[in-house]
Design a protein around this ligand. Structure first.
Ligand code: CDT
Length: 301
C-alpha cells in the first residue's frame, strides 16, 4: 500500500478585483483544513491566483501582463510555500507564467513536501481564439494570451510515486494521458476553469458539459490505470459562470469523491498508488498489447 491522502482544493469564484493576497488567504485556509484532515497533498485549480482572465479582451496584449507571475514563489505566494513546508504537505497549483525572456504560459507546478518546486508543466492544448470574436457572447482568449507549452508531458518521481500534470482542456485529449501513461504515471494532477457558457453557437448546455468533463477524466484514468485529481475553479466570476465538478477518479475510472458546492471546498480521498498496478499489468500492459505499427497517423497528423 502506497497511500497519498489527497485534498482536491476547489476554489470558488475569484472576482476581477480580488488581490493575489486575498486569494492566497483562501488557499491557506483550505490548506489548514487539509492538514487537519491528515492530507499530504493538496491540489488547486488552473490559474488559481486570479480570476479566469482569458475572458477579458485587452486590445493591447501587454496590458494582460498584470495577470502573470514573473517569479515563483513571489511575495504574494511565498506564504503558500511556507505553510506547505511547515505542514509537510506537497502541493500543486496553476498560474499564468511570464518568463524572463518574455514568453507567456498557462503553467502548473508540483511542490514537494519540503516546499521545493520539483515539477513544472505548461499547458499544451490551448482552447479558444486569439482575436475578439463578435459572434461570441463570452470571449475565451487563451490563444491570445498564452503560447502552447514547450515542456511536453513529463512525470516526476516524488512522495514514493510517479506524478504528472495537465491543465483543463488537456483532459479532453487522449494523448495527454497516454504520454504520461507510457511513463508509468500513477497520479495526474489537473486543474480546470470551464465556463458554463462559452457563447459559441451550438455549444453544449451545462449538463452535457459536465458529462463531457467526467467522461474525459474517467476514460483517461481507466485507459492508463492512473489516479486523476481534477480540480475546478467554480461559481460566478463577475457574472461569468464556471461549472464546478471537482472529482477524484481511481485507476478503474470510478469517481471516489466529488464536490458538492461551487465554493471553496476540499474533496478528500485516500489514494493507494498500488491500485494502479493491476491495470498496468493486465489490460493496459502497454508493452504487451499496444500495436504501434498501426498508430503512425497519430504522430504525423
Ligand atoms: N480553461 C480551459 O481550458 N477551458 C476549456 C473551455 C473549453 S469550452 C468547452 C475546457 O476545455 O474546459
Amino acid at each position: 500500500m502506497r497511500e497519498i491522502k489527497v485534498a482536491a482544493a476547489q476554489l470558488g469564484a475569484i472576482q476581477k478585483a480580488e488581490s493575489r493576497e486575498a486569494v492566497v488567504g483562501r488557499m491557506l485556509a483550505l490548506m489548514a483544513q487539509a492538514k487537519a484532515a491528515g492530507c499530504n497533498l493538496i491540489v488547486y485549480p488552473e490559474l488559481a491566483l486570479t480570476t479566469f482572465f482569458p475572458r477579458w479582451y485587452h486590445e493591447n496584449r501587454a496590458e494582460a501582463d498584470v495577470w502573470f507571475e514573473s517569479a515563483m514563489p513571489n511575495e504574494a505566494t511565498q506564504p503558500l510555500f511556507d505553510a506547505a513546508r511547515e505542514y509537510g504537505m506537497a502541493m500543486s497549483f496553476g498560474y499564468a507564467e511570464l518568463t524572463p525572456d518574455g514568453h507567456h504560459f498557462n503553467t502548473s507546478i508540483l511542490v514537494d513536501d519540503k516546499g521545493n518546486i520539483v515539477g513544472k508543466y505548461r499547458k499544451i492544448h490551448l482552447p479558444g481564439h486569439a482575436e475578439y470574436d463578435h459572434d461570441r457572447s463570452h470571449q475565451h482568449l487563451e490563444k491570445r494570451y498564452f503560447e502552447p507549452g514547450d515542456l511536453g508531458f513529463n512525470v516526476w518521481r516524488t512522495m514514493g510515486g510517479i506524478f504528472g500534470m495537465a491543465i483543463c482542456n488537456d483532459r479532453r485529449w487522449p494523448e495527454t494521458y497516454r504520454e504520461m501513461g507510457l511513463q508509468g504515471v500513477e497520479m495526474i494532477l489537473l486543474g480546470f476553469n470551464t465556463p458554463s457558457v462559452n457563447g459559441q453557437k451550438g455549444a453544449e448546455a451545462h449538463a452535457q458539459r459536465m458529462f463531457h468533463h467526467k467522461l474525459s477524466v474517467q476514460a483517461g484514468a481507466y485507459q492508463n490505470s492512473t489516479w486523476v485529481i481534477a480540480v475546478a475553479k467554480a461559481g460566478s466570476e463577475d457574472g461569468h459562470h464556471l461549472m464546478g465538478g471537482t472529482v477524484i477518479v481511481n485507476p478503474d475510472g470510478e469517481i471516489v469523491a466529488e464536490s458538492r458546492t461551487e465554493d471553496d471546498e476540499l474533496v478528500i480521498a485516500a489514494c493507494d498508488l498500488d491500485a494502479t498496478v493491476f491495470g498496468k499489468e493486465t489490460v493496459f500492459d502497454f508493452a504487451r498489447h499496444r500495436r504501434i505499427e498501426h498508430y503512425g497517423r497519430i504522430n504525423t497528423q
